[in-house]
Design a protein around this ligand. Structure first.
Ligand code: PLP
Length: 508
């Protein structure tokens, strides 16, 4: 009898070995499993405005519909003229005078354009200076082309603004480019003019390409000033990336743009390579391109969301208030974008803690409360004590979270399995429940007090997170067995502890 032929394992390309995008990685896959099992997951891990009820301005939708009849053919590889010209006008308004429609490429989101720009630039062994933390596509787009992402630190102590001297010290003879994400994801930092001038100066002195990811360019809070990098570069090539996904709440359209400015004469070969790659993919989504001109002209509705009284402003304020009152959490107030990058001070937890692990923390949050956050280590940082949440939740999403948080009303939630990371991970797959040597802390509730519904709803996830601070040191685990009945988010941080019950007393 013929032996059945074994089919050899199909291996992925080696180029992908070190490529990571954990925001949609293992945790997100686990969230999908839970969803398939019927659970509702509140996804605070991704900056997806539409998922939280934000809509693109109606005029953009009308522009697409009105032009659908001419959206069947491929467009020029750089995009339709009207869209590119609108981007040029925006640049001119900002003081970038030396660009024309020829210098603009419309792409399927900034994501496609980042990949394309890096593919046209990099050879194996080249280096690119990338911020840490970064939006991880930047690191991935470098690594995937056999180049090395050299991370320059943006430290919380400096408001997550990089130290230009430190950045310059990392330049080598293989360095090709500096990436600047401003306003920043995940930290919300908005770089001061002086820092940007210094970074642009490095690009000019060291003949580097300056890549400015400005997708959050108009999402600013409390008077923060956005300085476009292109206004600061004359003798270096500057690549400005922006698009419709965030400021215009239209990420599903997949429309972004890349503008070349500054010195271009020396970069002809590179610019032709970008054009070649754009041609190879023919063009970007055409219907969406028709929204660009409308989006960039007239009243900018993002201002209504980010000014005092606006939804993003209120959510941000609520998160800051909640974190500010916590003994265990801290955050550098985001001055732009739509995230809070929150630090967990595990050492301040009762009993002191060693080895707080952001991934285990996020997994536990997901498993037990079906709230998904992005662990800080997903953003290419060496530390593991941060997590990122979006500032996007709306009333409905918040209500859902709130429902989950009411676990303390008369019921004791089951303790998760073992106290260490490994056992938490294994629980994710086996879903078994067992109690290890743990300490359970019950929090008392405070009466509801006045607070705006907006603050209130935004705070739910933060309250939950505070309540589930956990430790993994010394085989001890601290969990919350109750939920704060207070509608005042800020009470959660003062965490009055009613009693501490030995784990044995509450094992399930
Ligand atoms: N750059 C940054 C800093 C981002 O945060 C994101 C998305 O979250 C992107 C680029 C990708 O944007 P797009 O939807 O245009 O591909």
């Amino acid at each position: 009898m013929a032996r059945p032929m074994t089919i050899p394992t199909l291996r992925a390309s080696e180029h992908l070995h070190d490529v990571r995008y954990e925001i949609r990685g293992a945790l997100a896959r686990r969230a999908e499993q839970l969803e398939r099992a019927g659970h509702e997951i509140v996804k605070l891990n991704i900056g997806n405005p539409g998922a939280f009820g934000f809509r693109m301005p109606e005029s953009m939708r009308v522009a697409i519909v009105q032009n659908l009849h001419q959206a069947d053919p491929y467009s020029h590889q750089k995009g339709i003229f009207a869209a590119r010209e609108a981007v040029v006008m925006q640049q001119q308004d900002r003081g970038v005078m030396d660009v024309s429609a020829d210098d603009v490429f419309i792409g399927n989101g900034v994501s496609e354009l980042i990949m394309l720009a890096m593919r046209a630039l990099l050879n194996p062994g080249d280096e690119v200076l990338v911020p840490s933390p970064d939006y991880p596509l930047w690191t991935a787009s470098v690594v995937i082309h056999g180049a090395r992402a050299v991370h320059y630190p943006c430290r919380p102590e400096r408001g997550f603004v990089p130290d230009p001297a430190e950045v310059e010290s990392l330049v080598s003879d293989r360095t090709r480019a500096i990436v600047v994400i401003n306003p920043n994801n995940p930290t919300g930092a908005v770089y001061p003019r002086a820092a940007l001038e210094a970074l642009a100066g490095i690009a000019e002195r060291r003949n580097l390409v300056l890549c400015a990811d400005e997708i959050y360019d108009e999402m600013l809070y409390d008077g923060a000033e956005f300085v476009p990098a292109a206004t600061l570069t004359k003798r270096a090539l500057c690549l400005t990336f922006a698009g419709l996904s965030k400021v215009y709440r239209a990420c599903g359209l997949r429309v972004g743009w890349l503008v070349f400015s500054g010195e271009r004469e020396h970069a002809r070969d590179y610019l032709q390579a970008v054009d070649l790659l754009a041609s190879l993919r023919l063009c970007s989504n055409v219907p969406g391109q028709f929204a660009v001109q409308t989006a960039l002209g007239g009243h900018q509705s993002i201002l209504d969301l980010t000014r005092p009284g606006g939804r993003l402003h209120a959510t941000r304020a609520a998160v800051l208030e909640a974190v500010g009152r916590s003994r265990w959490l801290s955050v550098v107030p985001p001055r732009g974008a739509m995230y809070a990058f929150i630090r967990v001070h595990a050492e301040r937890l009762p009993g002191g803690v060693a080895g707080f692990d952001d991934q285990a923390f996020a997994l536990d949050l997901l498993e037990r409360k079906h709230v998904l956050v992005a662990p800080g280590s997903s953003f290419n940082v060496p530390y593991r004590d941060h997590f990122r949440i979006t500032l996007l939740p709306d009333r409905i999403a918040a209500r859902r979270v709130r429902g989950r948080l009411n676990v303390g009303r008369g019921r004791q939630p089951a303790l998760p399995a073992g106290a260490d990371t490994a056992s938490i991970r294994s629980r994710a797959s086996s879903d078994q429940r067992a109690v290890s040597s743990s300490t359970r802390i019950t929090f008392t509730a405070r009466p509801a007090s006045r607070c705006s519904r907006l603050q209130h709803r935004c705070a739910k996830s933060i309250r939950y997170i505070v309540a589930h601070m956990q430790t993994t040191g010394d085989r001890k685990r601290i969990v919350c067995s109750g939920w704060f009945r207070s509608s005042r988010l800020t009470r959660c941080s003062s965490v009055p502890m009613a009693h501490v019950v030995p784990a044995a007393a509450c094992s399930t």
